[in-house]
Design a protein. Sequence first.
Length: 219
Amino acid sequence: MPNSHKLDYIFIDFDETLFEHYAFAAWIEDLLHEKGELTMGKGSFMASINAYHEVLQQVPLLRLYRHRDHYAYTTKSGWQALSAEIHKQAKTSKADFSYPDAKRFIDVVNGFGVTVKILTYGDQEYQLFKIASCTVSGVAHLETEVILEPKSSYIASTYAGTRGVLVDDKYPLSLPDGWVHIWLDREATLTAPKQLEHGVIKVANLDQALKLIEGLAEK
């Protein structure tokens, strides 16, 4: 599709939009158990993971995962020693923690002639680690912006005057004028996208989001 210049950006959230981060963490626990790294036995890693998520904002929920502290508490060797091996095993085992609709979504939006980026909230080191470990072709090569502020204020200040769409599993986001929030709720039973309010459309999967973005790019 040629660039219609109707959208400047397509931003995509990572966790729970493209990638099942808790499934990834559960796989890491199995790996750490196999290597004899868990100081308190199997189950201790996942049982304690939420205790190392610091809530910085309730609406929309923003939680910061203190991964280094978590690994220091649950493993013998710690994050610095283990992270490279975890990444290597994720790649060589071809373990896939992406949602089934993620690959097609990335492939298609990359052909829209619009700048596509991953916009994710969290600790930069850990977010980039997960993205680099993701096996969906194209994901690791997308430009990524990791932020520690609400996406609404970040877009308003950094991308003032632009038009775009953000696909994200959080709601509400209150994006600035010119931006459309496609709220991905994978637990919804929607057979078609549902307009909730001006600039906010709810979908149940990335295929529905894809049709919306195609329509926005053509307007």
